[in-house]
Design a protein around this ligand. Sequence first.
Ligand code: ZN
Length: 308
Amino acid sequence: MQHILLTIDVEDWFQVENLRPWNPPATWHERELRVEKSTHRVLDCLDELSCSLQSDLSPDTTPYANRNQIRATFFVLGWVARRCPELVREIRKRGHEVASHGNSHLLCSDMSCSDLDLDLRESKALLEDCCGQEVLGYRAPSFSVNESVLERIHKAAYRYDSSYNSFALHHRYGKVDFRNSASVNGIAIQCRDGFFELPLSNLSLGQKVIPWGGGGYFRLIPSFLFVRGVRRILNTDGAYALYLHPWEFDPEQPRVKEASWQLGFRHYVNLDKTGAKLERLVKSFSFCRFVSCSDYLEAVMNRLVSRN
Ligand SMILES: [Zn+2]
């Protein structure tokens, strides 16, 4: 069985790293809060897709009627959880996993060790208070992990990190050498005892790594081509991990007019098509299991998945 891990980084339109010069954290409290509405849009979209997958099942598959319930992982920013605790509870109530996107959306590589420790522990405790369940996973802002950051995430009592992006040409993405890791099962890399990395998926063409894990690339690349790439990744890795943000489902969000043409294009391209593109992707892989990161890890630990 092939697995698809849908992951959503829950932050608002003004917290995006690319637009940080025009939206510094000191101004966030003045900005229009849209994350609640846009996250609900994502939740509704996933509910509808779950229903349509279930109705596509033939009577022969009745014993597995819940097979295609989509369970996603929502990496929620502590800043958002503080303002919208009900939203965190709603994510949990709809059957998804709540995980941490840190507290402040500062890059891990820019924080001192003590600040990072605090950020990791505070966001975990806050989210656990909100949803009444242990938070197992963490995703670093802008995928800014490295080996020492992973060590600190492990020490902050997380069970997994999902921040490694192998696309080396992006200057903010962290670099980690996993060659000495204990084991790889499916896409899960066991870095330490009881601690795993679930990397974002990319497409390998020869020596080249093409970003294929979501975000602006997902919105830019035509759906038929994106689906072909995902099929190729699934055939190699047995699993595919996609990341999106609630603001990518919000075409009416305020525009930062001062941003350069390139930054604006990357942030705003095809915002009105994200929902339809996600629908096309999910329906193209209705034979897969749509699991949360923690479900996937459980399957890994039960040795239910393996690299093809
Ligand atoms: Zn983020």
